[in-house]
Design a protein around this ligand. Structure first.
Ligand code: ATP
Ligand code: MG
Ligand code: MG
Length: 550
């Protein structure tokens, strides 16, 4: 059997297992709870959980909640829901904030080793002494405080003796290091702010660089995976671990997943919500996991997408068409087929006799792709609706739909011929009079008539109504974040089209939130999980690539 070639992380892990460096691996997914997860996070989730499933070991869900001002419990809950929905189970649910005491201890240890100091300079002064990548920096006048003084001052910082910004704790490394991150980076800053978990216990908070690697180490993470922008942080990650003499987690970097026609940074997504460009974080036009779920995407499709894009060491923009392809592939296999007319044109079958109290029920397979699928019954009647766009009075050549004198098949039903066009006073077509051929019934057609077009339809007297929401791309340009000016000026004003009333076959009365539907020739749809209560609201997940019988 042909094996898929290994990606660079799998190669590293296989080597580490072969050499006996590790017996099994431990990874983590470390979201900051400052927004909802998006499709880029799904890539990181699939990668981290996928590797521990493949190689044995486990994955932790760790909330990287060291910044009290941007984080909220609402986000924590949504993140857990999304990871579970994607199909993954974490071993431990952990919070970097649970390590605050330990991290404080680590800082004290570095002070005691003469490797950290309290600095009184302001943020601006620190920045101005940092130098440039080509020019060395300058030492802070507070760099050579004694260990005792540093211990006392750091203790006072924690005790709340100082205001925000008055002091910081810095690592004492090297102000000449070519890597700017090694020029005495800040480890702690003072922030008198309420934290979503630790409340008012702390007024000093660790910086990302002094929390992330140490948290990895506390959890015995073997392979700590992050995105490319953290490459220059790796040297510092290693420096802290080495000097603290703690478990040697290692950081590896891979390229972010970026998708065309959307934005992915949580800060930008938050702006779209706050400024009401979209309705909410789970507005089906958003690239968030909750929005994709609401729109009808399946976890299988998202995992397949992440698998196909793989991992790279260079940033690129992935065509949103690939994501749509993946969901189409899956929905084609699982979606129940149903007929829904969006813009009805009435047809009357003049030679069809309805018997009192009797309805002719036709059989329609639920899913021709699934041999185990059921079928449903569809009522036929003398008066039917077809799609207005499936009729043309003066069609061009090779038009296989309905026009005066032409014949088409009604899906699951009969062949009909259009005999007469009825118009109102202003000349609008309001009705078609047709003949049907009783011996042409689908499944038992002995008519010998050949037609090229097949149309979907619903009974005009036996149907249910619903609302449908059709979505287009949220942005007009491929990469809005890379365009000049405000990314919001590239929003597509036509990204949502609502059709208030469509006519559906009665089987859709029992539609369920978790079910997926293919509305024949219209696309894949799912019930909206928020707005469906007194009426049915369907979201279009994606269009069909090939509409049959066009
Ligand atoms: P954003 O810029 O969207 O706020 P972030 O990296 O700040 O993203 P985190 O909550 O810190 O968001 O991300 C959690 C994990 O997911 C991190 O390991 C991060 O590297 C990864 N991640 C975030 N965005 C992407 C992406 N677009 N592609 C792949 N991985 C990502
Ligand atoms: Mg982050
Ligand atoms: Mg962020």
């Amino acid at each position: 059997s042909e094996e898929k070639s290994l990606n660079f992380l799998e190669e590293i892990i296989e080597e580490d297992l072969k050499s006996g460096k590790y017996q099994s691996i431990v990874t983590r997914f470390p979201p900051e709870p400052n927004g909802y997860l998006h499709i880029g996070h799904a890539k990181s989730i699939c990668l981290n959980f996928g590797l521990s499933l493949k190689y044995g070991g486990y994955t932790n869900l760790r909330f990287d909640d060291t910044n009290p001002t941007t984080e909220e419990t609402e986000y924590v809950e949504s993140i857990k829901e999304d990871v579970k929905w994607l199909g993954f189970q974490w071993k431990h649910e952990l919070y970097a904030s649970d390590y605050f005491e330990k991290l404080y201890g680590f800082a004290v240890k570095l002070i005691e080793k003469g490797l950290a100091y309290v600095d009184d300079l302001s943020a601006e002064e620190i920045a101005s002494l940092k130098g440039t990548p080509t020019e060395g920096g300058k030492d802070s006048p507070f760099r050579n405080r004694s260990i005792e003084e540093n211990l006392q001052l750091f203790n006072d910082m924690r005790a709340g003796k100082y205001k925000d910004g008055e002091k910081v704790l810095r690592a004492k490394i090297d102000m000449q290091n070519p890597n700017m991150h090694m020029r005495d980076p800040i480890m702690y800053r003072i922030k008198h702010a309420h934290h979503h978990r630790t409340g008012d216990n702390w007024c000093i908070y660790p910086m990302y660089d002094f929390a992330h690697g140490q948290s990895d180490s506390i959890e015995n993470i073997t392979h700590s995976l992050c995105t490319l922008e953290f490459i220059p942080h790796r040297e510092l990650y290693d420096w802290f671990i080495e000097n603290l003499e703690i478990f040697p987690s290692h950081q590896y970097e891979f390229a972010r997943g970026n998708i065309s026609y959307t934005v992915m940074s949580k800060r930008k997504l938050l702006q779209l919500v706050q400024e009401r460009h979209v309705e909410s974080w789970d507005d089906p036009r958003m690239p968030t996991i909750s929005a994709l779920r609401r729109r009808g995407y399946t976890p299988e499709a998202i995992r397949d997408f992440c698998d196909r894009i793989g991992i790279a060491k260079r940033e690129n923009l992935i065509d949103v068409g690939l994501l749509e392809f993946c969901v189409r592939e899956h929905l084609n296999k699982i979606a129940l087929r149903r007929m829904v007319v969006f813009d009805p044109l009435k047809i009357v079958i003049t030679n069809y006799e309805e018997k009192m109290g009797e309805v002719e029920m036709l059989k329609g397979e639920d899913n021709p792709e699934d041999p185990n699928s059921d079928s449903r019954e569809i009522p036929f009647s003398k008066e039917l609706f077809i799609e207005r766009e499936d009729f043309m009075e003066n069609p061009p050549k090779k038009y296989f739909r309905l026009f005066p004198g032409s014949m088409v098949r009604l899906k699951y039903a009969y062949i009909i011929r259009c005999d007469e066009v009825i118009k109102d006073e202003s000349g609008n077509v309001i009705e078609l009079r047709c003949t049907y051929f009783p011996e042409s019934k689908s499944g038992s057609d002995t008519s010998g008539i050949n037609v090229k077009g097949t149309l979907h339809w619903v009974s005009a007297t036996n149907n249910i109504t619903a609302e449908v929401r059709l979505y287009d791309r949220l942005f007009k340009v491929e990469n809005p974040a890379a365009e000049e000016g405000d990314f919001k000026s590239y929003i597509n004003p036509d990204s949502l089209q609502v059709v208030q009333t469509v006519y559906a076959e009665p089987a859709l009365k029992n539609a369920a939130i978790n079910e997926r539907y293919q509305f024949l020739r219209k696309g894949y749809f799912t019930l909206d999980n928020k707005d469906t209560y007194h009426r049915l609201v369907f979201n279009r997940t994606v269009t069909l690539k090939d509409a049959w019988a066009k």
